[in-house]
Design a protein around this ligand. Structure first.
Ligand SMILES: NC(=O)c1ccc[n+]([C@@H]2O[C@H](COP(=O)([O-])OP(=O)(O)OC[C@H]3O[C@@H](n4cnc5c(N)ncnc54)[C@H](O)[C@@H]3O)[C@@H](O)[C@H]2O)c1
Ligand SMILES: O=C(O)[C@H](O)COP(=O)(O)O
Length: 528
């Protein structure tokens, strides 16, 4: 049998190539190719090992006719089209912890550099000046650091900041009071964080919820003199607003390791702004972190290609060979139900219960639980999968219950997912039609029958004549084609629910227009 062939297409520690060879793979290291060059070459390979420079687009995946696994030596996988890779049957893996310490240290380094204006002082001193009176720094001791995101990296930043005798406040919907106490941080909401923090450090993935999380409005309302560090992802901070607020002095300093577009344009408006410093996405760039992620990714990929073992896969459930075919449609249903409550429930989630009845009660609960939690937590983390979701949920103090009912219900088989939020419990339920077609059958107490797939729109409205025409017209006027249309209501003339699927993502301005339609109470675009 021929050896599996792996391409390393980004700069990676040489340990990766060594491990691939030692574990029975042929390996090529070819970096810096254009997408066209990569597309022309990728068809030969079973595995592709990358960092953040290689963009694994549908065009690359279409050309990758032999590809079985993509391994990301690092955390963020926003450069890989995971749904498309899944559709092609390609497993996507990452190394969720290998560079966390290094990245946390970079955030602290940038914070200290901001506090003492080190880059500018260095540049002017080396240029022959002695500008001692031009620089007056601030101490970090006793100051408040606001962490947006308290996962792996945020938690490490918290511990380092506490060591520097800072106070740490954190905003993270998955941070429980117990975990906050364990970390030594105070859990607050985002507005409170921004009103109290002297320094803010961002540690969330880029998702629909976190995009522009430091918006112009939030920055304008933040504590005057605030300093901002972003070592997570470009797009979390409004760069144009940051420029204006640095110019006005409202924001006293900002340090970006990541940009909305990378590399940023040579004439990026922030370049040259006083009290702005940046690095070229160096968060993970230490010898230690690069050795860690290179070793891990090569070990995981080689294990998969040679032995079929799966570790840290983001798009593949861990299932035994016998159970897999029976569980497969349930896993999809479970993940969709988790994703649905994750996208719709607001505020802090404290508990989740996963109930199985009818045929579902006879199945193994753990994979279903993993799939629900993965669907739920994908809204909050790039790195979650069915394997690690239960651990992440536990670590974050989410109370998870799996309940198996003996009773006969209205459906032959049913999964119900209920989350506890500050507004009370919220529940969704689904079944399988014809033994393998997942269907939603209830949403927040309203009976409705729908397939959860692709781009969807959820609307709660007053049950009154004319509404369906109005929403259909609005979408039609905006060139949005409706695929499926599902209605449900609590009582005639009361609250009604509309769930429709469309052929493309719904732009924000159309969502806003839908919110403004007569009788509409709530609108939310959904993605499955
Ligand atoms: N600059 C770099 O080189 C570099 C290096 C490593 C990681 N990163 C990036 O750092 C980010 C964080 O990595 P991590 O390993 O800590 O991930 P993680 O998944 O462990 O933690 C992310 C945290 O963000 C929280 N979160 C999600 N949505 C939120 C929201 N709307 N508001 C507040 N908190 C929210 C999650 O609950 C979670 O606790 C990722 O985007 C990763 O790609 C950057
Ligand atoms: O998500 C990550 O791991 C970081 O952004 C690091 O990216 P890099 O490996 O390209 O430096």
């Amino acid at each position: 049998m021929s050896k599996p062939k792996v391409l390393i297409s980004d700069k990676m520690d040489p340990n990766a190539a060594r491990i691939f060879e030692e574990r029975g793979c042929d390996v090529d290291v070819i970096t810096g190719e254009t997408p066209e060059e990569l597309a022309a070459r990728i068809g030969e390979y079973d595995g592709l090992a990358i960092r953040s420079s290689t963009k694994v687009t549908p065009a690359i995946l279409d050309a990758a006719t032999n590809l079985k696994v993509i391994g990301r030596a690092g955390i963020g996988v926003d450069n890989v089209d995971i749904p498309y890779a899944s559709g092609k049957g390609v497993v996507v893996m990452n190394t969720p912890f290998g560079n966390s310490i290094t990245t946390a240290e970079h955030a602290i380094a940038l914070m200290m550099a901001l506090a003492r204006q080190i880059p500018e002082a260095n540049a002017r001193t080396q240029a022959g000046e002695w500008p001692k009176s031009a620089f007056m720094g601030v101490e970090v001791t006793g100051k408040t650091l606001g962490l947006v995101g308290a996962g792996n990296i945020g938690s490490i930043v918290a511990s380092r900041a506490l060591g520097l005798r800072m106070k740490v406040v954190a905003y993270d919907p998955f941070l429980t009071e117990d975990r906050a106490v364990e970390l030594g941080v105070e859990k607050v909401d985002l507005d409170t964080l921004l009103s109290r923090a002297d320094f803010v450090s961002l540690h969330t993935p880029l998702t629909d919820q976190t995009r522009n999380i430091l918006s112009r409005e939030r920055l304008e309302n933040a504590k005057p003199g605030i300093r901002i560090v972003n070592c997570a992802r470009g797009g979390l901070v409004d760069e144009a607003a940051l420029k204006d607020l640095l110019d006005s002095g409202h924001v006293a300093g900002a340090a970006l390791d990541v940009f909305e577009t990378e590399p940023p344009a040579k004439d990026h408006p922030l370049f040259g702004t006083p009290n702005f410093i940046c690095t070229p996405h160096l968060g993970a760039s230490t010898t230690e972190a690069q050795v860690n992620v290179a070793l891990q990714v090569a070990e995981q990929m080689a294990d998969f290609l040679v032995n079929g073992g799966v570790t840290n896969a983001l798009n593949m459930p861990s299932l035994s060979a016998e159970e897999a075919p029976k569980l497969k449609p349930y896993m999809k249903l479970a993940e969709n139900l988790g994703s649905l409550v994750g996208q719709l429930a607001h505020g802090n989630l404290t508990k989740i219960s996963i109930e199985r009845e009818g045929a579902a009660a006879g199945l193994s609960g753990k994979p279903i639980e993993g799939a629900v939690l993965a669907g739920l937590m994908k809204q909050y983390s790039d790195t979650v999968n069915m394997v690690n979701a239960p651990f992440l949920a536990k670590e974050r103090g989410l109370d998870v219950r799996s309940v198996r009912h003996e009773r006969e219900g209205a459906y032959n088989t049913l999964i119900r997912v209920t989350v506890g939020t500050e507004q009370g419990d919220r529940s969704v339920a689904g079944t399988l039609f014809g033994s393998d077609a997942p269907r939603l059958v209830e949403i927040f107490g309203v009976g409705i029958e729908a397939e959860l797939a692709g781009h969807m729109l959820y609307i709660v409205n007053e049950d009154a004549p004319g509404f369906i025409g109005r929403i259909g017209t609005l979408l039609g006027q905006n060139g949005i084609n409706i695929g499926t249309f599902h209605l449900g209501r609590r009582d005639a003339g009361g609250e009604a629910v509309l769930l429709l699927s469309v052929d493309q993502p719904i732009p924000q301005d159309v969502v806003k227009q839908a919110c403004d339609l007569e009788g509409v109470k709530f609108v939310k675009p959904l993605e499955f």
